[in-house]
Ligand binder design. Structure first.
Ligand SMILES: [Zn+2]
Length: 431
């Protein structure tokens, strides 16, 4: 087990060159009942010899859009942000209860089979009527998957929604459904004097509504290469003004990596003061950002991951969009997301701390410190790889991984795309 994914290193274990150690793990009643140096567990329970295979805690995917997902081939993304907006707006008209249930369930089933124990999904909440419809679908999914994958919702809407007439009702809706509050911060333009007065006002309202209801906040921030749309400092100042005590997570923040070093430094020191956390979605950002016709991208499209981590701020990763108008591919596999993150951030040499981006860190950020790590007393949600070294876990696709949920093997297969297409009435598009 990689040491960084184990709560505390048992006495008598020695880390290998990759920072992992060999342990015996005792599972009782679906929980970890003991951890012992390899080969030293008491001989009182039936044993399964894993022969040095890597064993990790189940993954956490804290940034998804289940309601948009798995709309291909009826949606044909063009790889741009503009296309993502406009094609989603058209697809919305097809989001009946049945349609949402089929597509969201497909996403949940993929995640579960790949070893994801908890998932946060942004719920399209542009108008109150749409929101009620989408949040009801999320509620049905939460009930259906209870005991398998924990599902948490967060509003996604333009920040204007938080100063509109329905702001209070939208916040109540999210609270009733066990969700939290969010929004897209770069939808509000700067004023004539170059200041973000309208955004500051909307953030103040959002933090006040979240504070009243005891909800966390998770925002979509600066998913743009436009350096003038830079809202992290505004969010930090609003949080400091608000006295809001909950967790504030900023997703994307991609143009931060294009800023001069002194701007990155000052922004991150303000973010530290405001106790902000970050989540990056490396795979769809590589696909979407810096896409220009007939030209190879010059920019990797992700946030300033190394600088964020070096400044001591939490950085998680998420899967984001999956087979929809925003991102054409994906399978809700957080191991794949982790591999992409390690490569695109160059988050290796050393790898120390990087594995936690897909499990331990997001578990903390969604308020589930019992997940995303191996520890005595915690649920035995785990993934076992055939690989005997960390290098091999990250080299081969691990399609044969074994997922344990409460200590029992998950035997549910991955759902099949052609069956989803048939259920959605899309099969006639095939010859
Ligand atoms: Zn997103």
């Amino acid at each position: 087990m990689p040491a960084e994914l184990v709560v505390s290193q048992p006495v008598g274990t020695v880390k290998d060159a990759e920072g992992a150690f060999l342990l015996d793990i005792l599972i009782d009643q679906g929980r970890v009942a003991g951890l012992f140096p390899g080969g030293t567990a008491p001989d009182t329970a039936p044993r399964v010899a894993l022969e040095g295979r890597h064993l990790w805690p189940a993954f956490i995917d804290m940034h998804t859009h289940l309601d948009c997902g798995h709309a291909i081939p009826r949606v044909r993304p063009d790889g741009t942000i503009h296309g993502g907006f406009s094609l989603t707006a058209v697809d919305w008209l097809r989001w009946t209860d049945d349609d949402l249930d089929l597509r969201m369930n497909f996403g949940m089933a993929c995640a579960y089979a790949h070893g994801v124990a908890a998932l946060r999904s942004h719920v399209d909440s542009e108008t109150l009527a749409y929101s009620q419809h989408h949040w009801s679908a999320l509620d049905r999914m939460r009930a259906k998957w209870a005991g398998k994958v924990d599902l948490q919702g967060v509003t996604i809407c333009a920040m204007e929604a938080w100063v509109g007439d329905d702001a209070r009702a939208l916040a109540d809706l999210a609270a009733e459904r066990g969700g939290i509050l969010g929004g897209v911060t770069d939808t509000l333009e700067r004023g004539e004097n170059g200041t973000y007065d309208a955004l500051a006002h909307a953030l103040d309202r959002l933090f006040a509504l979240a504070k009243e209801r005891g909800l966390d906040v998770d925002l979509h921030v600066d998913q743009t290469e436009d350096l003038s749309a830079f809202t992290i400092p505004e969010i930090a100042r609003a949080r400091l003004r608000s006295g809001f005590q909950g967790r504030v997570v900023l997703g994307h923040c991609v143009n931060l990596s294009l800023m001069p070093p002194e701007v990155i430094d000052s922004t991150l020191s303000l973010a530290r003061e405001a106790d902000l956390a970050f989540v990056s979605m490396p795979t769809p950002m590589m696909y979407l950002m810096d896409r220009k016709p007939g030209r190879t991208p010059r920019w990797r499209g992700v946030t300033a991951a190394k600088e964020i981590r070096a400044s001591g701020l939490p950085l998680a990763i998420g899967g984001d969009n999956c087979r929809d108008a925003w991102f054409a591919y994906g399978d809700h596999d957080m191991l794949d997301t982790l591999k992409q993150a390690i490569r695109v951030f160059q988050a290796d040499e050393p790898l120390t701390g990087s594995l936690a981006m897909a499990s331990r860190t997001p578990a903390d950020l969604i308020g589930r410190p019992d997940l995303g790590r191996i520890g005595v007393g915690l649920p035995a949600h785990m993934v076992i790889f055939a690989a005997r070294s960390l290098n091999v876990v990250l080299s081969r696709d691990q399609a044969d991984r074994i997922v344990l949920h409460h200590g029992r093997r998950v035997t549910d297969p991955l759902p099949l795309h052609h069956e989803l297409e048939a259920a959605l009435g899309l099969s006639e598009t095939k010859p």
